[in-house]
Design a protein around this ligand. Sequence first.
Ligand code: VG1
Ligand code: CO
Length: 543
Amino acid sequence: MAIVTHATQPFPGQQPGTSGLRKKVTVFQQPNYLENFVQALFDSLDGTAGQTLVLGGDGRFHNRVAVQTILRMAAAQGFGRVLVGRGGILSTPAVSGVIRKHAAYGGIVLSASHNPGGPDGDFGIKYNVGNGGPAPEKVTEAVYARTRTITAWRASDAAVPDIDRLGRARLEQMDVEVIDPVADYAALMRECFDFDAIRRLFASGFRVRCDAMCAVGGPYAKAILEGELGAPAGTVVNGEPLEDFGGHHPDPNPVNAEDLIAKMAAPDAPDFGCATDGDADRNMIVGRDFPVAPSDSLALLAAHARKLPRYAGGLAGIARSMPTSQAADRVAQALGIPCHETPTGWKFFGNLLDAGRVTLCGEESYGTGSDHVREKDGLWAVLAWLNILAATGSSVEALVRAHWAQYGRNYYSRHDYEAIDSARAQELMAALRAQLPALKGQSLDGRVVELADDFAYTDPVDGSVATKQGVRIIFAGGSRIVFRLSGTGTEGATLRVYLEKYEPEVARQSEPTQQALAPLIAIAGRLARIAEFSGRTAPSVVT
Ligand code: VG1
Ligand code: CO
């Protein structure tokens, strides 16, 4: 068998976004498309000879084809070993954990995460570095630069070993080790949480509905919740990963997980509801008729972290993405620890975690995690909640309301205008930016603008700078409006408008969220001329 060099030509637009390269499946199916990107990645890595690579994906359509191709290319690149999840399956947090546990060089995650799948859906590829986290921008930029000059890719022409059977085989000089996708991850969860306490909670009759959205979280949730923790069979629903996610949008928010929201609002609702996304790094937590805002979830986990074995010694710090609400900041302040504000995307948390500056991280987009891996982790968040509920004997709603009473409530919502015209979206942002210098000190509907800028971030560890990370308008008293364009969509542009209002008074903490935020929503629409630029009179998704 031989290593064969295939001539190719660059494809435009192979630029990784917020989290890897995401395109329609049909784009990835073009000859050389995936190969070019993977070769560009390999070309920009140093010293891969003899090293270990981790490989797996969320099982969406095209996953298997891509795994086979990448195995052949990794053999040509001279990797010593590839650890591949059985059936090509590994959740994003599991990849991160496996890279760390086995001191791998890095890993490749095949997923477009929360984007829909299937032949007409999306596919994606993401590279994680040796700390287990998403490649920082200097790596993704080097890969993108290479995709623009690439002329050839290399692969073994040998048959790829069976990836459905655990064990070790050879491909050229490389070992292909097919691993149980769940084992290492489950071991890590046992170190983080008090499994006995959660077992007792289930034994007491506590009922959970865990919706894996026909995505990769299913096998993990089944093995851990039903297998280890004694939750009754049927606790995990939609637990088989399907290539098209059953035609659903595997994004755990109240809009896409409406079935879970309905079940949790029914008279016989379980005590706790949760959902995970396509690659199982996101989570949604729902109490009885009580969805928890992700920003609140981060703040609450931080406030109760000492009840969780891994975090019993306290937290070094917290980090949240800029658009995430400031609820966590208040907890950090009370704990006397720093709270870092980073651009959107988990890659910006990596340095802070590696440097030991933060222990918990979170994003408003249903992402929460900690220093146990370098990705957000859906099932980790679910288990953290269950552990806290077991330790406090409280309901979800009671816990959240007690949190608000102590720290105040940050009313929060995100409005998405999806698949709008890209050029018009750019114009909208440009027009907003042009207004920024004049906004400071102005009063908008009686609210004084304290700060108006385009968020820029200097990484405190390596000094790298990220600019244009979102327009933010901060009012006296802490209310905020943030505007940014999505970096994960595959159709036109998506405008995200993030709205936040702080309310310290318990008596005023029970208003419907959209009502509480209505004055800010009106200001946002007017300032950004959303209807005019987007051609829409209402957002397509409100979370
Ligand atoms: C979105 C979210 C962001 C998240 C990213 C990847 O990015 O807003 O918080 O990190 O998705 O999540 P954007 O650029 O579309 O706003 V995952 O679960 O899709 O990889
Ligand atoms: Co995801």
